[in-house]
Every structure is written in structure tokens, then in C-alpha cells.
Design a protein around this ligand. Structure first.
Ligand SMILES: Nc1ncnc2c1ncn2[C@@H]1O[C@H](COP(=O)(O)OP(=O)(O)OP(=O)(O)O)[C@@H](O)[C@H]1O
Length: 336
């Protein structure tokens, strides 16, 4: 294990207990997602891993060393092996992109020439070589996070801690930052620990996950196993917020045969077994490719994407239309 937390507790000076006895193990090369609602204790936990926060009791073993035993000089050295990125990027506004990344190397005592080579190497890695002279105020959120990632990687860390790294970003930028994190994890065999309140972040890049609630880990395991069989109510609720799944498999059906339809039903006809009805009546086959129900403020709206086969598809569709369902044939990507 590259990170082991044993019997950790944390009570803040005001007497608030943010972490009640907690154990955590992270294997080298894992991408561990720690998810939970606001106030669960996630930030406190991740900050304990690099001792930005000291626990009230317990042990923090990073790469074989109990970091609670280290004096400040040795701790600083160890921290170079643990990069960190934050929700609000924490860049120095008075320094340009180059200067922000160089800062981590200056502190670590690198010589000037080596700093320059390394900074450009890092900016290349995060796709920002052309922006070396820009100041943080001239960058988008996604670009700022790329600078922060470059800075976090400067000293060749073994571990990268991400504190809500995508929470301030829009969906598309979030995706690109998660892609970048995935790539660099692979490239450098990094161990990544990320905290988030967004379940899609865990789904997108983590292989291991822990769910936190009220200062405790209430569920943990391999991501696909927890998703397949969540046991705790909080986990079930978090997973229920996942947006509808990836559409690539539907696209492959659209390409290979053109009897794919989107069927939309609203509140009043949602409860009738209309699909099994048409299968029986018209002898068609219906392969359900996706389905979801959105609970809107006024009414529930359901979408089914179905691939039909059989002789009487036209009659089946006519029947469903008469029952009040809206039907749209899917012929290309943009129809989805
Ligand atoms: N310095 C502090 N002093 C007292 N209480 C604190 C301190 N920092 C955090 N807390 C409390 O500890 C609890 C856990 O906070 P923490 O920030 O770790 O949770 P979180 O899961 O990261 O939530 P969020 O996503 O909102 O930051 C919260 O109730 C918070 O108010």
C-alpha cells in the first residue's frame, strides 16, 4: 500500500468531530475516489494525507513512512512526492503560467536552467506551451486547472491528491480535465486520490471508491462492484444522480440497422405495459437499448430507445402512437 491511514480521528479546536475512527488503504497505481455530500469530511481526510491537516489521533503512512513523525524539513521533502490540486486552482495571480509552475521547482531548490526545461516539458504535457506568458486572470477555469496540474507534477510525485478538482468547471471542461488526469496517471503510474461530490467523476476515472458520510467511510470497494450492488442508502442515492449512460452502444445499433426508435411517454401512459403489449399483438421483437425516467417539476417523462425487428413494425408503431406515445426514428447521431 502506498497510503495507509490507521484509526484516524479529527476533532477541530472548536470541538467538532469531523472524522470518527477511519481506516483507508490505497494501492500504488490506484485512482481512488472519495465521494460524499458536503460536510462528510472529505476535505479533512484528503488534507490529512499530506498533513495540511494533522489528525487528532491515528497513523498516516505514505510510501512506507509515518509522516506524523516527520519534522517540518523532512515533511517538506516528503510533500514533494505528493502533488495536490484544488477546486479553485490556488495559482499565484502575480506570476505568469511559467512562473506558477516554476515556483514548485524553485522551492525544491532546482537550478535555473533545469527549471526552464522542466517547466516547458510540463506545459507541453498539459497542452499549454503557448500560454507560458499568460497570467492566471487571462486563463479559463480549465486552463487554470491545467497549470495547477503541471505545477503539482513538477517534482515527479508518486501521489496526486485532487480536492474537488473539477467542481468549478463546466461539463465539457470537466471531461477534458478528467481525460488529462487519466492520461498522466497512466503515463507516470501515479497513485491518485480524489475527493468529489460528483458521482460521474468517480464513474469516469476511478477504479476504487469510498463513500463518506458523517466523518466515516460507509461503503468502499472496486468501483464497478459498488455501482452494481450499492448497499448503503447514501451510495444508492448518489448513484441515482448519474446522468443517462454513454450512448456509443446505441449509435452502433443505429449504424448497423435502421429500425431504432426513441419512444417518449409522459405521466399518464407511463404505467401501462405497452411494449409487451405490441410484442404480443404484432409478434415483433423489441430490444431495449436504453431507458430512463426523468422526474420533472410538473410530470415524469420517460424515454426508451428500442430496436425493433419483425414483420409488423409499422403496425406496432401506429398502435403505440394511438396510445399517446411520441415516437421518433433514430437515423444519425444528432437524433439521440
Ligand atoms: N477548521 C475547522 N474548524 C471546525 N470545523 C471544521 C473546520 N473545517 C471543517 N470543519 C467541519 O468539519 C466537517 C467536515 O468538513 P469537510 O470540509 O472536511 O467536509 P467535506 O466533505 O469536504 O465538505 P465540502 O465538500 O462542503 O467541503 C464540516 O461540518 C465542517 O464544518
Amino acid at each position: 500500500m502506498i497510503i495507509t491511514l490507521k484509526n484516524i480521528t479529527k476533532t477541530y479546536p472548536n470541538g467538532f468531530c469531523a472524522i470518527k475512527t477511519l481506516d483507508l488503504e490505497v494501492k500504488a497505481g490506484d485512482i481512488m475516489g472519495i465521494i460524499g455530500y458536503s460536510g462528510a469530511g472529505k476535505s479533512t481526510l484528503i488534507r490529512i494525507i499530506n498533513r495540511l491537516e494533522d489528525p487528532s489521533s491515528g497513523e498516516v503512512i505514505v510510501d512506507g513512512c509515518n509522516i506524523l513523525d516527520l519534522n517540518s524539513k523532512k515533511l517538506q521533502k516528503t510533500r514533494q512526492k505528493i502533488g495536490m490540486i484544488f477546486q479553485h486552482f490556488n495559482l499565484l495571480s502575480s506570476r505568469n503560467v511559467f512562473g506558477n509552475v516554476a515556483f514548485a521547482l524553485e522551492i525544491a531548490g532546482w537550478d535555473k536552467q533545469k527549471i526552464s526545461t522542466r517547466v516547458y516539458e510540463l506545459l507541453e504535457l498539459v497542452g499549454l506551451k503557448e500560454k507560458a506568458d499568460f497570467f492566471p486572470s487571462q486563463l479559463s477555469g480549465g486552463q487554470k486547472q491545467r497549470v495547477a496540474i503541471a505545477r503539482a507534477l513538477a517534482n515527479h510525485p508518486k501521489i496526486l491528491l485532487c480536492d474537488e478538482a473539477t467542481s468549478a468547471l463546466d461539463t465539457k471542461t470537466t471531461k477534458s480535465i478528467l481525460e488529462l488526469l487519466k492520461d498522466i496517471q497512466k503515463k507516470f503510474n501515479l497513485t491518485v486520490v480524489l475527493i468529489t461530490h460528483q458521482i460521474e467523476v468517480v464513474k469516469e476515472i476511478c477504479n476504487q471508491m469510498c463513500v463518506m458520510s458523517n466523518g466515516e467511510i460507509i461503503e468502499r470497494g472496486v468501483v464497478h462492484q459498488v455501482f452494481a450492488n450499492p448497499t448503503h442508502e447514501v451510495t444508492k442515492e448518489l448513484i441515482s444522480y448519474l446522468p443517462p449512460s454513454d450512448k456509443s452502444h446505441i449509435l452502433s445499433h443505429i449504424k448497423t440497422q435502421n429500425q431504432v426508435y426513441k419512444i417518449i411517454f409522459t405521466g399518464e401512459n407511463a404505467d401501462e405495459p405497452l411494449i409487451s403489449d405490441v410484442i404480443k399483438r404484432f409478434g415483433v421483437d423489441a430490444n431495449i437499448l436504453s431507458g430512463n425516467i426523468e422526474e420533472l417539476a410538473t410530470e415524469n417523462v420517460g424515454h426508451l430507445i428500442i430496436e425493433f425487428s419483425g414483420e409488423k413494425i409499422a403496425q406496432s408503431l401506429e398502435y403505440l402512437k394511438q396510445k399517446g406515445l411520441s415516437i421518433q426514428k433514430l437515423e444519425k447521431k444528432n437524433d439521440l
